[in-house]
Design a protein around this ligand. Sequence first.
Ligand SMILES: Nc1ncnc2c1ncn2[C@@H]1O[C@H](COP(=O)(O)OP(=O)(O)O)[C@@H](O)[C@H]1O
Ligand SMILES: [Mg+2]
Length: 245
Amino acid sequence: MLEIEGLSKRYGETVALSGATVAFSAGTIHTILGENGSGKSTLVKILSGIVPQDEGAITFDGARFGGGSPASFQRAGFATVFQEILIAPDRDVTDNILLGLDGLWTRGVARNDRRKTAESALRRFAVTDIPLDVPAGSLPLAAQQLVVLARAVVRRPRVLILDEVTAALDFGDRQSVFRLMREMADAGSLLIFITHRMDEVKALSDRISILRGGRVVRTEEAGVSSSDELLAAMAPRLAEELSHV
Ligand SMILES: Nc1ncnc2c1ncn2[C@@H]1O[C@H](COP(=O)(O)OP(=O)(O)O)[C@@H](O)[C@H]1O
Ligand SMILES: [Mg+2]
């Protein structure tokens, strides 16, 4: 469904991404696992049209994807939840969830319909306790994260990219997010799940790619390697140190 080939990105002297090549399939949860600084968010930004790659190609549905802008990725069915919680703090929760969808919402659409759409998006995460009419910035961080997730899900994306989205969430919310991810993958979407947490990888992934120092060092089906082997591929020095503890 989606292929990246030889994607590279430099920031001055820093090579953030180097020749990244991965094939992603529809209907899967594809985890990108890597330590801090390994290039995960850079890949996410390229796949969202936020930053252009220096080199390499993106192929989507069998055609070269020029991409170029966030809007062109969104039109193609991509939605991204970025590592930083991007919220319009003074707008209410409904507005935040429907943000950017306004083109689809003619002026005449009743406020009540908008609320209902926002509410049902949150309910997909089993969330019923976030008030819709308060400024989103007044909510606790975990609730803000759920609002941002709902904003992505309400677009019914074919490709949903989640960059370290579980950090602010407690165990229960995390499980709800995972459940919805599985549901969306089963319905045919591609979920690209970015994390540095090994415990999340096992529970969730169909396929795993490991980024190290900007390079994709391996891609494999989940269950092929043990957590220790994945850790060794992701962070060889850390794995070595741990083996002496
Ligand atoms: N805008 C930027 N300017 C300069 N360096 C950057 C920028 N974004 C990322 N980097 C560098 O690129 C490398 C990869 O970063 P990033 O993609 O954020 O990694 P990760 O998400 O895996 O932690 C890091 O060394 C980081 O410091
Ligand atoms: Mg990151």
